[in-house]
Write a protein that binds this ligand. Structure first.
Ligand SMILES: Cc1cc2nc3c(=O)[nH]c(=O)nc-3n(C[C@H](O)[C@H](O)[C@H](O)COP(=O)(O)OP(=O)(O)OC[C@H]3O[C@@H](n4cnc5c(N)ncnc54)[C@H](O)[C@@H]3O)c2cc1C
Length: 410
């Protein structure tokens, strides 16, 4: 069996490990545009912060490709998939035949048309190791940095560079920060915290026009800067799949085992649309755990074992300057809220089940809530009165407790 994988990040690594769980012998060829050993994208801000280095941010050890018998072609871009003849072609015209193909092409930064953007000399995205290296080269203690976009990527960038520059100004057209991750209370709390740390944040406004180091904002004010980071969103890399004839919406459409509509072609990670168990809708869920689990399920299916990943939920575990937060699921339902000065907790219930939560500050034992959502546990089967205040395994019955601990029911 010849497996070909496009990509070298979370979904691709999941794919390799999924295949090897089932098939120790088939040949795996991995092809990826980025020339680096597989690394963890979320760590690029910590690289700039100095909290990690390029060696420690590797997603798997140096021995990964060799140990898994992977023939890795790094720094090579795939330009075409031929699903009839079953091969992929690279930009140099080289062809790699496959029996099963995994597309793990992820996403790329979305840069909307902005007047005068080409007049800005120091402009960056913040998605890859190369982006972080490039930013690293230009940041000076006297730099004034403008970040357009107050989502996870823009704010992680702010955290990574604040200590190295004179000012960081974040702006976003949305009325609040992290709008797709937090609710209004959570956004306000995190914004206040970031501002106390020294990040300036302006919401409800964006850039009307750039002119060199000068940005005119839509709220009538202006901002002078030396370095610009555009982090307004990402778009799934679906073109290869689409041109090959696969069904594609905002992401490549796949089933629980990662099968696309093309025979023997699978896809996983940020380039796909996933069924969201918490909201019951299908959408692109650009988060790391999802990419890995999808990749792993696809890898196993490619090698002949069906082990579907069918309990995906949106989930984010993140921190800014030591303020930790974990969110999961959907916020559509009955809310239970606890708010104190430095912590916030919201649980969302629907149809007798927990469907979502936000934890800011005290995030210990969030896994218990996540597990209730993923397993769709009816709350009348657990001691929810205990769980809502203090998540703990004791609130489950003995059988479930043992399962969650990985032991034998007693
Ligand atoms: C700054 C930052 C912070 C983040 N923080 C978090 C977080 O806290 N929590 C969380 O869950 N997620 C976070 N994420 C998102 C997370 O990194 C992604 O969900 C994850 O990397 C997706 O993995 P993937 O393998 O699907 O795609 P990607 O990581 O995007 O990898 C795509 C791969 O495909 C290759 N590729 C693309 N096109 C081609 C082609 N044509 N030919 C060959 N190779 C190609 C690329 O080189 C790359 O190797 C963060 C992302 C960033 C940028």
């Amino acid at each position: 069996m010849r497996y070909v994988i496009i990509g070298n990040s979370t979904a691709a690594v999941g794919g390799v490990e999924g295949i090897r769980k089932v098939d120790p012998n088939g040949s795996i060829t991995l092809i990826a545009s980025e020339p680096h050993h597989t690394y963890s994208r979320p760590l690029i801000s910590y690289l700039l912060l100095g909290r990690t280095d390029e060696n420690r941010m590797k997603y798997r050890p140096d021995s990964f490709y060799e140990e898994n018998h992977v023939d890795a072609h790094l720094g090579v871009t795939v330009t075409k998939i031929d699903p009839e003849q079953k091969y992929v072609e690279t930009s140099s015209g080289e062809q790699f035949p496959y029996d099963r193909l995994l597309i793990g092409t992820g996403s790329r930064p979305f840069v909307p048309p902005m007047e005068g953007l080409s007049t800005v000399q120091n402009r960056f995205s913040f998605m890859t190791l190369d982006d972080a290296r490039a930013l690293d080269q230009v940041l000076m203690p006297e730099s004034r940095v403008l970040i357009v976009g107050a989502g996870l990527i823009g704010l992680k960038c702010a955290e990574g560079i604040l200590h190295r520059v004179k000012t960081v100004q974040v702006i976003d057209l949305a009325p609040r920060i992290l709008p797709s991750i937090l609710d209004e209370t959570g956004s306000a709390m995190v914004q206040e915290y970031l501002e106390k740390k020294g990040v300036s944040i302006l919401t409800g406004t964006t850039v009307e026009r750039f002119d060199g180091h000068h940005a005119t904002l839509t709220n009538g004010t202006a901002c002078d800067f030396d370095v610009l980071v555009v982090a307004v969103g990402v778009r799934a890399n679906t073109e290869l799949a689409k041109e090959a004839g696969a069904q594609v919406g905002r992401g490549i459409q796949v089933d629980g085992e990662g099968r696309t509509s093309l025979p023997d072609v699978f896809a996983a990670g940020d380039c796909t649309e996933t069924m969201d168990l918490a909201s019951g809708t299908t959408h692109v869920m650009a988060i790391l755990p999802n990419a890995y689990l999808q990749g792993e399920a696809a890898g196993q299916a490619m090698a002949g074992r069906d082990a579907p990943f069918d309990n995906a939920i949106p989930m984010n575990a993140m921190g800014f300057f030591e303020l930790h937060m974990i969110t999961a699921g959907s916020y559509d339902g009955q809310e239970l809220v606890w708010k104190e000065k430095d912590s916030y907790k919201k649980l969302v219930l629907r149809d007798g089940k927990l469907v979502g939560y936000i934890l800011i500050g005290d995030v210990a034992r969030a896994g218990i809530y996540t597990s209730l959502i993923r397993q769709q546990t009816p709350l009348d089967e657990v001691d929810f009165d205990k769980l809502k205040d203090h998540p703990q395994l004791l609130a489950f019955g003995p059988k479930t407790r043992a399962e969650k601990l990985g032991g034998v029911p007693r």
